[in-house]
Design a protein around this ligand. Structure first.
Ligand code: KPL
Length: 309
């Protein structure tokens, strides 16, 4: 089995390790010559650090513009990069290719299923904790699981070869609900921590932030309910508090993106929720305010970036 991976960030590298260890051949698809050069400088290897233990794995890389056919593709790019990244390799995708999308956010999965029909698409979420300390070098921050489910079909199978992976891979028949649950958690934690510049755990210890988070959660629940989505068996606020406690020392991915002046996934997280609300004729004052605030912070970075070039 030969799996190509689009997106060589922390989750892309973790998955590369899992797939290599399962006996698959793994090739990263890199966007341009400069990324290929960085990969060559890293010894054509990925390095994973777990506490004091370090392991290196040799993988291949190919440029997006190459021509070799792709029959198995894992996409671990940032959510906003999904469509542009896929379109850069469209000429290589076999008509019966299997595509796995392992990303935050909602909306892009349905768009991929529509645009790349009749290929088989799986969407997934992961609770693995990892961060990238340098290109192709990842630090493992917590062992989690990968939950995957097929889009647009009721046949519950895993992608080719994934049953051989020696890690928790959960086959989920109702992946849409799993994506909504992850979306709800990300909507409640990410923008608020990004605006406040705080750790996830601070949402629990600062009464003002906890109150705000409760308001945000109530709005998310209203939309989920209007869309017929059951979220958790407990109120969303309680589920979010549990995750914030488990990840108390983390800086959310959105806060990290803002701090590093990178584009955030706000449009695929709170933006998706607010678009759903607009379609339903509903308003979400707390979530809309967070969306506006993150958009304006991002725009400041881009304007600054453009001015300094
Ligand atoms: O998924 C996360 C993220 O930061 O994107 C949470 C669960 C909020 C953990 O930080």
């Amino acid at each position: 089995m030969h799996w190509y991976i689009l997106g060589a960030g922390a989750i892309g590298c973790l998955c590369a390790e899992l797939l290599c260890n399962s006996g698959a051949k793994v090739t990263f698809i890199l966007r341009n010559q400069s990324q290929l050069q960085t990969f060559n400088q890293a010894g054509r290897q990925i390095r994973l650090r777990d506490g004091d233990t370090c392991c290196s794995i040799s993988v291949d890389a190919s440029a997006a513009a190459d021509n070799a056919e792709i029959r198995h593709l894992l996409v671990t790019t940032k959510a906003y990069d999904t469509l542009p990244a896929l379109s850069s390799i469209q000429h290589r995708l076999a008509p019966d290719a299997q595509i796995v999308l392992l990303q935050n956010g909602c909306g892009q999965q349905q768009e991929v299923a529509r645009l790349y029909f009749p290929r088989q698409i799986w969407a997934g979420i992961t609770t693995h904790g990892a961060w990238r300390e340098a290109p192709f070098q990842v630090v493992r921050a917590g062992i989690g699981q990968i939950t995957l489910g097929p889009l647009g079909t009721s046949q519950l199978t895993l992608p080719d070869g994934w049953e051989k992976i020696d890690a928790a891979i959960i086959a989920e028949p109702d992946i849409k609900s799993a994506l909504w649950r992850k979306l709800a958690i990300n909507c409640a934690i990410n923008p608020l921590t990004a605006i406040q510049g705080c750790r996830n755990g601070d949402l629990l210890t600062d009464p003002k932030l906890s109150l705000l988070m409760r308001g945000i959660c109530d709005e998310i629940e209203q939309i989920a309910h209007a869309r017929g989505q059951q979220l958790f068996t407990t109120p969303l606020f309680d589920a979010v508090c549990e995750i914030a406690l488990l990840t108390a020392d983390n800086f959310s991915s959105m806060l990290q993106d803002l701090r590093q002046e990178r584009q955030t996934e706000i449009e695929q997280i709170t933006g998706f929720l607010c678009r759903e609300a607009a379609e339903l004729g509903m308003t979400l004052p707390h979530n809309q305010r967070l969306l506006d605030q993150i958009r304006s912070q991002q725009n400041r970075h881009y304007t600054k970036g453009e001015g300094s070039e």
